[in-house]
Write a protein that binds this ligand. Structure first.
Ligand SMILES: Cc1cc2nc3c(=O)[nH]c(=O)nc-3n(C[C@H](O)[C@H](O)[C@H](O)COP(=O)(O)O)c2cc1C
Length: 337
């Protein structure tokens, strides 16, 4: 098995451990909707459907990027893809780098022929390999969009991570100009702030997945894999680095109103999804919450999706919002701390 596959299996094992969830919240817990005691609608009338990349999806959440190329990864992706297909929910695959380098089969499109599927590559690989790699990532799974992840903190803490980011923005710009599908830029848990969002908007990017701090903590996971006490001491002050998801959705939405946002990083249930939509996100994504079920079966993921979907419907009912458009103006208060 390659080093990348070993690393991916370590990530799956460690991400399942609650000790590697961020200690600080993602900010959504500070927000409370005004309770509407007279919803004036029937629960059965609520419409959670949404338009995403030209497709109608049943609810505004994506199965977040987790795995592309490892032994466990193939089983996880089959379960996730079958559930995405059944529930009409989009699915993002994890980094396709190992699968492309090792010429492994990527069967996600076979398991989810009609679902909205998002490909995934790291920004630093594109800097090295150019748009050709990006095209292969998209073509290999007939992806509806390509997610490019930017993860400078994770790369710093990761043993042998990429330290040279000089041409990443240029590589993103090239992908935006040369791919036939949209490009989505995402972080992995430190968030994309307003200055970065502006740079991306200037490069032609129209979708950003926030992936703010408050959910899966990559500093914590990578530190657990790093045996060097010296490197651990360097990294220690950065364990809580980043900005929380709720702050970032609000700030980026107001500074770059034309960018479409996917709220993610610590989104854990349907109520969190409702709050992200209310703050200005078009869509949301959850990764770690699907991991345990993904190791089990597609039925387990379908049940998890149904629970999250029902929580979203309850949040919409209790705010008197019959659809996502109405939810966007539901009264929201900042909780007293
Ligand atoms: C096991 C695991 C593997 C991941 N691998 C990738 C990846 O390959 N590419 C990527 O863009 N993000 C990856 N992520 C990051 C997630 O997509 C997400 O941005 C991050 O975990 C924060 O969301 P969460 O709090 O819902 O987990 C991974 C997350 C997990 C839990």
């Amino acid at each position: 098995m390659s080093n990348i596959s070993n690393r991916k299996d370590d990530h799956i094992r460690l991400a399942l451990d609650q000790n590697h969830q961020a200690q600080l919240g993602c900010g959504l817990e500070r927000l409370t909707f005004e309770h509407i005691a007279l919803p004036q609608l029937a629960l059965s009338d609520i419409d959670t459907s949404s338009e995403f990349l030209g497709h109608r999806v049943s609810a505004p959440f994506i199965i977040g990027a987790m795995t592309g190329g490892s032994v466990n990864g193939e089983r996880i992706n089959q379960n996730l893809a079958e559930a995405a297909e059944y529930c009409h929910i989009p699915m993002a695959v994890g980094s396709q780098r190992a699968a492309l380098e090792q010429k492994l089969d990527q069967n996600v499109r076979h398991w989810a022929p009609r679902a909205t599927i998002l490909g995934n590559l790291g920004a630093t690989q594109l800097q090295q390999s150019g748009t050709d790699l990006a095209k292969r990532a998209v073509d290999s799974i007939s992806a509806d969009a390509l997610i490019i992840h930017v993860n400078p903190l994770q790369e710093l803490i990761q043993p042998n991570g990429d330290r040279d980011w000089t041409r990443v923005l240029e590589a993103i710009h090239d992908c935006v100009n040369n791919l036939a599908v949209p490009v989505i830029i995402k972080e992995v848990g430190a968030g994309i702030g307003p200055s970065t969002a502006k740079m991306l908007a200037d490069a032609g990017v129209t979708w950003i997945e926030i992936a703010g701090r408050g959910g899966t903590s990559w500093p914590s996971i990578e530190l657990a894999r790093n045996n060097s006490t010296k490197e651990q001491q360097v990294a220690e002050p950065f364990i809580d680095w980043g900005m929380d998801t709720a702050d970032l959705i609000t700030t980026v939405h107001s500074t770059c109103p034309d960018i479409n946002l996917i709220g993610s990083g610590g989104v854990r249930n349907g109520l969190d999804i409702a709050k992200c939509i209310r703050l200005g996100a078009q869509m949301t994504a959850l990764a770690q919450p699907f991991l345990a079920s993904a190791l089990e079966s597609s039925d387990a993921i379908i049940e998890k999706i149904e629970i999250i979907h029902e929580q979203l419907r309850w949040a919409m009912f209790l705010t008197g919002s019959k659809d996502l458009q109405a939810l966007r103006s539901a009264p929201l208060t900042q909780a007293r701390l």
